[in-house]
Ligand binder design. Structure first.
Ligand SMILES: [Zn+2]
Length: 325
């Protein structure tokens, strides 16, 4: 299925999507990135929808200046929308700018990794973020309330709804799971004689995801010095530090099951080192401090979400047996 053909069919559906919102990437200087991301996502969506007997589904790039992703369902037609601004922003930040190059130059461990993979390490950041986004949104296909679903990843201030936080938790774990599989494959391919800490490789996943959350929150990486004040039972999404905490733990558990032992403290430090390359402000040093100051609350709330998630039958984590391999 080509993107052109796919959006041609999408336009014929009776959906509240204006044609002007459907981005066609032919003239984009990074059309190859859009094309390969569409191909990857379309394969993922086909498989997931077959596993869950979802008959009608679409994936398209929304045409807007704001970075966002979302999942909707109307008349049983399931749609994932990832904005062109998100792809352009992630590409500009991860691939085109000097933040990561600087990190590569200064931290010899990342240089070792670069010498052992066949493509630029910056692309690995982009790949982790996009893989996460696709699988996160796909998980939302299961999260209907009265046949309707409507998810957008820009966190909104709103009244607390436990089920909403559980849906995000479920989607985050599934997204993180696919990122960790990808990184494990990469790690085991590196020859044993190459001395590289696994935390270096997995920090690319966690660093990339934390940056993606911050991108959704701030809309821009540059000159945004406002950190997200800590909260627990508020807003549409759990706080970014809570999300990154349960993702770190999820990585840890998946790696353990694959005989890779991660040092969580080291992984966290490396992840923040990456974030500080993009947000070199004192306020972001404080962001890291919030993690330590509120660690008990963060850990307790993550455990609370996990405990509650077991009771919600809509969640993917309670329907894993339906996923084909
Ligand atoms: Zn979500």
């Amino acid at each position: 299925m080509t993107y052109e053909k796919h959006i041609e069919i999408l336009k014929k559906q009776n959906l509240p999507i204006p044609n002007s919102d459907i981005y066609e990437f032919d003239s984009s200087p990074i059309s190859d990135i859009f094309q390969s991301y569409f191909d990857f996502s379309y394969k993922a969506i086909q498989k997931f929808c077959a596993d869950f007997s979802i008959k009608e589904y679409f994936f398209y790039f929304g045409n807007t200046f704001s970075s966002n992703a979302g999942a909707d369902c109307k008349n049983n037609i399931h749609v994932i929308r990832v904005t062109n601004a998100l792809i352009n922003n992630l590409h500009n930040q991860f691939v085109e700018n000097d933040n990561l190059k600087d990190l590569l130059l200064k931290k010899s461990n990342y240089k070792v990794l670069q010498n052992n993979i066949s493509y630029p390490i910056e692309k690995l950041f982009l790949q982790c973020s996009l893989t996460f986004t696709t699988y996160h949104e796909l998980t939302h296909f299961l999260h209907k309330s009265n046949g309707v679903l409507n998810f957008h990843e820009t966190p909104r201030k709103c009244e607390f709804d436990l089920e909403k936080h559980l849906f995000e938790f479920d989607a985050d774990l599934n997204g993180a799971q696919f990122v960790s599989f990808y990184l494990i494959e990469l790690y085991v391919r590196i020859p044993k004689k190459v001395n590289i800490e696994p935390e270096i490789i997995f920090s690319i996943g966690t660093g990339s995801l934390l940056l993606t959350f911050l991108l959704f929150f701030n809309r821009e990486f540059s000159y945004d010095k406002n950190i997200e004040e800590f909260y627990l039972k508020e807003n549409s999404h759990p706080h970014s530090l809570i999300r990154i905490h349960y993702i770190l733990n999820h990585f840890y558990n998946i790696c353990s099951a694959n005989n890779i032992e991660l040092d969580l403290q080291k992984l966290l430090n490396y992840s923040f080192d990456i974030v500080f390359k993009f947000f070199p402000y004192d306020s972001y040093k404080r962001f890291k401090n919030i993690y330590y100051e509120d660690f008990d609350k963060i850990d307790e709330y993550s455990n609370f979400l996990f405990g509650q998630s077991i009771k919600n039958k809509k969640l993917l984590i309670n329907n894993i047996n339906k996923l084909s391999s």
